[in-house]
Design a protein around this ligand. Structure first.
Ligand code: ADP
Length: 185
């Protein structure tokens, strides 16, 4: 796999490869909007799924990777890989020239600004590129989606169908969530 990914020279033209890192626990339509737009800006986009997320993910690395692969299958220049260790080291290893991040409300800015500044110190050749969220997804987050799904709400307006099904299986077929009220309750 790395044989092809390390080949960043295409004749004399350098491939413009970006990495889009995140927890994707689970992927939402906001994430997919960012990936889709990034795929038009760069020759190749690597969606990098954080292995050691400090957020104690609901979905395993394999589940998150599978969901992203299914959701991005129609984007021929997008690949999904696991991200372990330092992001900039990963970006350098795969020959990425940019890190893509999404920006929603002002509350995202402080953390993203700190991270981009630190990453620039560590690897000045890898720039961070922010894509403003589509206004439709400005208040959409994985944690919000998980909470709605856990409480039995319909999340199909916020996530792709495959993700909605996985959430349903996770919370309601395993009994981990709160079942919606029945006539008897
Ligand atoms: P992380 O733990 O790295 O924040 P997330 O999966 O929460 O991982 O987010 C990954 C990236 O996607 C972040 O840059 C985040 O700002 C962006 N993102 C998440 N939700 C949205 C959304 N609704 N619109 C645009 N960008 C988003």
């Amino acid at each position: 796999m790395w044989g092809t990914i390390l080949c960043v020279e295409n004749g004399r033209q350098r491939l413009r490869r970006a990495v889009y890192p995140g927890s994707f626990d689970p992927p939402t339509l906001g994430h997919l909007d960012v990936v889709t737009r990034a795929s038009k800006l760069f020759d190749e986009v690597i969606v990098a799924v954080a292995v050691n997320s400090q957020k104690r993910p609901l979905f395993t690395l394999q589940e998150r990777t599978e969901m992203l692969e299914q959701c991005c299958a129609h984007l021929s220049n997008v690949r999904v890989l696991a991200l372990e260790g330092l992001l900039v080291a990963f970006a350098q290893r795969i020959g990425a020239c940019a890190i893509v991040r999404g920006l929603r409300a002002v509350s995202d800015f402080e953390y993203e600004f700190q991270m981009a500044t630190m990453n620039r110190q560590l690897a000045p050749e890898v720039d961070t590129c922010f894509l403003m969220t589509h206004q439709q997804y400005a208040f959409l987050s994985s944690s919000m989606v998980k909470e709605v799904a856990r409480l039995g709400g319909d999340v199909r307006a916020f996530v792709p169908e495959v993700v909605a099904q996985r959430l349903d299986a996770k919370f309601h077929k395993t009994g981990a969530g709160i079942a919606p009220p029945t006539d008897e309750s």
